[in-house]
Design a protein around this ligand. Structure first.
Ligand SMILES: Cc1cc2nc3c(=O)[nH]c(=O)nc-3n(C[C@H](O)[C@H](O)[C@H](O)COP(=O)(O)OP(=O)(O)OC[C@H]3O[C@@H](n4cnc5c(N)ncnc54)[C@H](O)[C@@H]3O)c2cc1C
Length: 325
């Protein structure tokens, strides 16, 4: 199912559907979130990565799993990445397009054991380094910001130059962080930021966040650093396109990034215009939390898909309706 146009406002019913998610059967949530998830197995995700590459798009593979509570879970997440990297290394597609993963540090042991998370990310970065691939360290909520930057820097200093980081435009500290990262030649993904943060740490006003976003992109461009413009917002996409044109940025200094299943028409337009594009491809058994977060972000999609699902059931139950509808 194609998600509805991104600009449409959610209706009350859509919001209500999203509110009932915690009590919805998991299979229904799975159905609602299907456009955003590349399945619960590695095979499914590799299929998505391959088909994106065939259309000239890059991908970044994300093994779903956050908020773990044990060393064993952290090691299982690491092993899932290592298995995925081994498969990515076998693909007959250009390296920069397909050999790319995103990792969340809390899924690899941050908050449980500092040494463990360090070793796990190092193992993933080493495996990627062997096949010429890249690892992006996602940014989570503010209790983890300093630790995430520290771990990223310590691994870079130890020679893992295939690591990149994420900076959230809604955080008041981000300008200083980006200035420091720019002076270190970092590769930075710029996002608005998805977590609910205290007012003293983060802006809530969208115009301010958007100004901050474009400012961060400009600082990176002026420093000659590679930036990933991760957004579906037309205003920001236009602002980034202006920046690319004004600074005559070459294709190896920027890329757009979008989430799987979101604003695919806009995504394809950018690709047709010759801009580099990478799609975030999440997969894995732990799809539930990710799905709920994505659907909360866009209640309109939840409403439309739920409606389609319910209509499908109704047709199946109505005498004369197709049993295969
Ligand atoms: C590749 C990628 C990686 C990211 N990594 C991180 C990270 O490491 N840390 C972090 O805090 N955040 C991350 N984010 C999330 C980011 O912070 C934003 O929450 C998210 O991108 C929504 O902001 P937006 O810029 O797209 O603008 P919005 O104003 O939220 O969205 C613009 C338009 O796109 C549509 N849209 C947005 N999201 C969806 C959706 N899920 N389904 C359907 N339509 C949608 C909206 O309807 C809206 O009209 C990432 C986002 C992307 C694209």
């Amino acid at each position: 199912m194609t998600p509805p146009p991104a600009t449409t406002e959610p209706r009350l019913i859509d919001r209500a559907i999203v509110k009932t998610m915690p009590i919805m059967p998991r299979r229904l949530v799975q159905r609602l979130s299907a456009p955003y998830i590349a399945g619960d197995t590695l095979d499914g995700a590799i299929g998505v990565v391959t088909s994106l590459a065939a259309r000239g798009m890059g991908s970044t593979l994300d093994v779903l799993g956050e908020a773990i509570t044990s060393r064993e879970e952290a090691e299982a997440t690491r092993d899932a990445y290592l298995e995925a990297i081994a498969e990515l290394g076998q693909l007959d597609a250009p390296t920069p397009l397909v050999r790319n993963v995103s990792v969340k540090l809390t899924a690899l042991g941050l908050g449980i054991d500092d040494t463990l998370v360090h070793e796990n990310v190092d193992a993933i970065a080493a495996a990627m380094q062997q096949i010429g691939g890249f690892v992006r360290v996602d940014m989570e909520d503010t209790p983890y910001t300093d630790a995430t930057l520290e771990l990223y820097r310590s691994l870079r200093d130890a020679g893992r130059d295939n690591l990149g980081i994420v900076i959230q435009a809604y955080l008041k500290r981000s300008r200083a962080d980006v200035e420091a990262l720019a002076s270190e030649g970092a590769r930075v993904r710029v996002v608005k930021g998805i977590y609910v943060e205290p007012l003293e740490l983060a802006w809530r006003d969208m115009a301010t966040i958007n100004r901050s976003y474009l400012d961060l992109c400009r600082i990176l461009a002026e420093a000659g650093c590679h930036a990933a413009y991760a957004t579906h917002d037309d205003k920001l996409i236009s602002g980034c396109l202006d920046l690319v044109e004004r600074m005559d940025l070459s294709r190896d200094l920027y890329e757009f990034q979008m989430l799987l299943g979101v604003r695919e028409e806009r995504r394809d337009d950018l690709v047709d215009q010759g801009h580099p594009m990478r799609v975030y491809v999440p997969f894995g058994a732990q799809w539930y939390e990710y799905s709920v977060r994505r659907l909360r972000e866009n209640p309109r999609v939840a409403g439309q898909v739920a409606q389609a699902t319910l209509l499908g059931w109704k047709r199946r139950l109505t005498p004369g309706g197709s049993k295969h509808a």
